[in-house]
Write a protein that binds this ligand. Sequence first.
Ligand code: HAM
Length: 436
Amino acid sequence: MKQNKFKFQTPLGLKDILPQDQGYFEKVYSTADKYAKFYSFERIDTPILENYELFLRGTGETTEIVEKQMYLLKTRGGEYLAMRPEFTPSLARSYFEQGMISWPHPVKIYTRGPVFRHEKPQAGRYRQFHQINLEVFGSNNAITDVEIIWIFYSFLGALGIKNLVVMVNSIGNSQCRPYFKKSLTRCLKSNESHLCVDCKRRLKINPLRVLDCKEEKCQRIINQAPQILDYLCEECRRHFKNVLEYLDALEIPYNLNPYLVRGLDYYTKTVFEIAVQPEDDQAKKNALVGGGRYDDLLKLIGKRNISACGAAAGVERIINTMKEKDLKPDSWPPPKIFIAQLGDRAKIEALKLIESFKKNNIQAGFSLTKDSLANQLKIANKLRADWSIIIGEEEVVKKSVIIRNMEDGNQETVLQNTIIEKVKSLLKKEKAKKRK
Ligand code: HAM
């Protein structure tokens, strides 16, 4: 027969999450769930697929995400759908569609799950990744911006991630930003020939995005460009001043970064990112969290003036940081008990016994596919079980079990219906011995 040369592999930039990483995901998600509950954010799950126009409008037509990175598909019914590249437009859609507008305000929403961006795969950048996302709808108060920064900052701290720095900026609103844009465009145009190819394109579509460029030649021009903070209107200036005062009061370390603009179109006023402070100043800061205020997005999606603010954390980037810093998730404790069996009827009794231990919340190891007792006891030793419970044909008939101390090899026979109590008292004695 001809060999099948085709080898199935995950598509580029997508990966399997293997058992050794599941503990990290569980730790990050369970910590996020606790934080969300504590700060009164309600969980919502939205579909992975949405009408693609939602992101075209919401995320913004001129963003890299919509221009280059969105996974688009045409259904058999001829509909155009997108795999969500972020959560914010989906949650804004849900806010209107599900009538959250009539809920007590502000509405605080929490969601988490996979998002998809067709980016060039590289360290910390994947095509399917997971986000933890918080949004607040219906508050224009600067304390909301800081509440979100504070929650993400202390959430990362609870995972053991220290040396964090918050980068913060204000990009103004539809009143003041056009003046800044005009002045920035003038400056960039006069230096256009020195800009990189990407920035030449950005200059035409959205000059603000040039400020985000990391190319050295563009950096030289950016350093001489006008700064948005000098152009803020009174309302934006006051809002930003309040944000910085609250950050100071909470002693959250921040860097005011006048070039932070973020790659999404909807932001107004405050924008921020949280990253681990790199040891070497030149090292790249990979943001763990990104977010900001977006007071105009809900008008675009639901035709109502509703202020909003939110942020998202990248789960894989958090896990990579935990690994770099040797922060391990709590591992499941190994079983103290191992159940071994000999013979077909004994296998059935063993299964019943496993279920009784489970009901009593006592973790038990077993290997029902192995027939030899020696092989099963080898596994018990590998698991470092303190006791093995052995059931053979004779024990099935007598409704008994043998309990064997794995350290000294001593064993005794007890009735099956007393084994749970027996094990409980052994575990209790062991605990008391450890305490001494
Ligand atoms: P974002 O900055 O695009 O913002 O993404 C938030 C976080 O997701 C980043 O800080 C990063 O940790 C992670 N992330 C982004 N792209 C990738 C990637 N390709 N691979 C791995 N991780 C990645 C948003 O998505 C906004 N929706 C946040 C927001 C919510 N703003 C207001 N509300």
